[in-house]
Design a protein around this ligand. Structure first.
Ligand SMILES: N[C@@H](CCC(=O)N[C@@H](CS)C(=O)NCC(=O)O)C(=O)O
Length: 251
């Protein structure tokens, strides 16, 4: 049995849940509240990050490594193309999503007060009442410091929004009239970019930018439909994971 250690609202964890859904692999979820990062996560993953996967005692950390580990263990349906050019494009798009888009979604969801009011309660949903009380005051500063050290947090919001618009336009351009980002089927690039853009779109500003680009909005619906648990309707992936999380207990 596979166990996914996660923060429910992390895009990297969403990426892995969706890959598991596509491959129709059964798994259990252990929800790790953010304050347990040091005690629970670092013991298993010295990088201190989620997600990580535990499979028969083996720990696989980092969403990209987990994705390729799953691809090797459950090759069907294939998410990493065999063609070297397509494979290379998938890698570049996945890396762009994980290492660039992620910081934009953090900046929008957690440092703009009107969005943070909605998402900070989600982030601390599994914490005790004391953390829940302090989080709305403390977390915007913690998040601001994380995105500042990467660079996105140092730019004024107007510049950040212009950057996000450019990113969404780039996706529209890559899609052209096509259905998927690389080749003619769902790949790891679609899942990785979707997971980050889903979070960007959840902010008020990101929602408007995506809605104004019908080809990107339609692609998001397509990826969502293709990556929900088998038999579930689009939009159900998060709900299904939430239900699974409720069955877990922390070690
Ligand atoms: N490159 C990693 C990034 C994972 C990551 O940044 N996870 C965040 C949650 S979205 C995390 O664990 N943050 C906890 C921390 O930094 O203390 C991956 O692809 O898995």
């Amino acid at each position: 049995m596979l166990t996914l250690y996660q923060f429910e609202i992390s895009p990297f964890c969403d990426k892995i849940r969706r890959i598991l859904n596509v491959k129709n692999v059964a798994y259990a979820v252990e929800e790790v509240p953010p304050t347990k990062t040091l005690s629970v996560v670092r013991k298993r993953n010295p990088a201190g990050k989620l997600p990580f996967l535990v499979a028969d005692g083996t720990v696989v950390a980092d969403s990209t490594d987990i994705a390729y580990w799953l691809e090797a263990r459950y090759p069907e349906p294939r998410l990493v193309p065999a063609d070297p050019r397509e494979r290379g494009l998938c890698h570049v798009l996945e890396d762009w999503a994980d290492e660039s888009l992620y910081f934009y979604e953090m900046r929008l969801r957690f440092t703009l007060p009107h969005n943070a009011r909605r998402f900070i309660p989600e982030l601390v949903k599994y914490e005790g009442s004391m953390v829940k009380t302090i989080a709305p005051y403390a977390l915007p500063f913690v998040m601001k410091s994380q995105v500042s050290s990467q660079g996105v947090g140092k730019r004024p919001i107007e510049v950040v929004l212009r950057d996000v618009e450019r990113h969404v336009d780039a996706l529209a351009g890559i899609l052209g009239g096509g259905e998927w980002l690389v080749g003619d089927r769902l790949t790891i690039a679609d899942v990785s970019v979707f997971a980050q853009l889903f979070c960007v779109r959840a902010s008020d500003e990101g929602g408007r930018l995506v809605a104004a680009r019908p080809a990107v909005a339609a692609w998001m619906e397509r990826v969502d439909r293709a990556t929900v648990p088998r038999g579930a309707s689009a939009g159900a992936a998060t709900a299904a994971s939430t239900a699974a999380a409720a069955t877990g207990t922390l070690p």
